[in-house]
Design a binder for this molecule. Sequence first.
Ligand code: ADP
Ligand code: MG
Length: 654
Amino acid sequence: MSTEKGSLSISSENIFPVIKKWLYSDHDIFIRELVSNGCDAITKLKKLDIMGEFTPADDEKYKVVVTVDSRSKTLTIKDNGIGMTADEVKTYINQIAFSGAASFLEKYKDKTNEDQIIGHFGLGFYSAFMVADKVTIDSLSYAKDAKAVHWESEGGTEFEMSDSDYDERGTKIVLYLNEDSYEFCNEYRVREILMKYCSFMPTEIFLFNAETLEKEVIEAKNEQDKTEDKKADENSDEDADENAEDEKKEDNSPKPINDTTPLWTKHPNDCTEEEYKEFYRNVFHDYKEPLFWIHLNMDYPFNLKGILYFPKINTEYDTIEGTIKLYNNQVFVADNIKEVIPEFLMLLKGVIDCPDLPLNVSRSALQNDGFVKKISEYISKKVADKLSGMCKVERENYEKFWDDISPFIKFGCLKDTKFQEKMKDYIIFKNLEGKYIALKEYNPDVTGDKDNKKKVYYVTNEQQQSQYISMFKEQGLDALILTHNIDQSFITSLEQHDETIKFERIDADVTDTFKEEVSEDDAKAVKEQEEALTEFMKKALDNDKLTVKLEKLKDASISSMITISEDTRRMQDMMKMYGYGDTSMFAESATLILNANNELVKYIIDNKEDDKANLIAQQLYDLALIANQPLSADAMTKFVERSNKIMMILAGKE
Ligand code: ADP
Ligand code: MG
């Protein structure tokens, strides 16, 4: 072939500056594109082999070799795949690859950064020009009697084609890096990029550094010369003509940088527990063992494979941060693509390979894609299936993991109504006995619900609410322990989805269960006493807004306690969360319950004029407060002073 020059048919001039500028942040994807082209070329050849149209040599080892050379500032990508004839270069490179790149850019050149294209699929071969001033291709097709072809272009729309003396089957692409891109002939940088994008590509990939390779070859040669000299000296007639260069090359290529059959490509039945754990360690560099995992494997109605791991969370305050790596036919696309992966699953660690995903579209297009939505729904359904299955079949294990996985599940329920619907019977709660129960197993047997809802009592702090807990236990009542930050939003969401239940914190009210049955007359008398007592307490506590209730509680040892209505408290909690916390609010919304059966309360009722009644009233109020929440600094000081005073009286010193 005589040298042929040509111009790439393109209407929009200066496409390359656009490529360079537009893909500013993700220059490194060109490596993924060129290496995956090499892998594709090998896959094609393997297919021809299967079809009987090509027979590889016995010792044939398919591979893609990436070589950096910092002296010549080049990066070379070589494969021993199918290769291209001159005609094929014309078709596939001059026309197809270019028109692909052109239409890709045409579509997206006006897009802003927020509307990125996922993984920049579609740019392909021409992405090389993001980093190179000049690119050459040498290729020899597998076809019988094929002639090698040379192609080169200096990044404009001009190219040149001629015969090549390249004598290996396959394709060699050399990038002459531009000044801004010298990092791509640095071995460590290139290794990092290969690890990122190519770790699981289906053909073995090797990385070489031309400079070190040459040095080693020279050293090996010197070494060999020495031994030969020695042998000659010893008059040995042994023939030592092994090729030092070849030997050295072999030595240097023992390990491909990738795993060609990542675990997710295998059938779940063929994977061992150890393999799953090892894969987790290798991919996520997390040396804590995962709790368990879900292996996704489906061909219909779309192709999707992957493994999702539930990581171990150290403390409940740990921010949970996962990574879901998205692959397309073993080619890495990106981490945490929220358009494809349900948001709550981002808390997990995992890999998902979905060749059917339309990745050459923008993120916003993906977001509105019905197919992508289906994928996302499928993944979240699978997770729900696995969890509910575990709850049914391996309840013991499920309970063991529960504290670790529950924030994640609750978050999922908040974010995804369908997930909540599927999971709601499999959400378990620790109860007062420390047992795990589902909501439907909870039966507090509390009467007196005004609004006909099943009341579910809960505890947010076992120490702080211990007085209430012991009251509950004494009456044989149960409550759920809900101590995680997420619980408050979670129960609100449960209530919204199920109108028959109402969550109430254990200190929200004193239900009839705790009260003695009283006759009507009795109740009347108590009511009267309550009024007088309220007046007295307001004065004694110097608090005009205080609400006091006198009740005949079964347990006479209880003197006083605080209740605060559920709705008010939730509102206050929310305000606190947003930084509007105010203690005066509490004083207005809390109710002081005094037990008419308690001797101290009786003392106050009967001795309102006595100085001691004042002291006792103040002390009872503080004790009730303490049993509900920490005292303010000021109240605490007064409480300590008063306690001392009371003891002085006890000791007869005052
Ligand atoms: P795509 O890979 O999506 O087809 P590319 O721009 O990456 O787009 O490549 C265009 C075409 O060029 C490929 O489809 C293939 O036919 C050809 N090609 C590219 N690189 C190679 C290679 N290393 N070996 C053989 N053919 C190649
Ligand atoms: Mg390609």
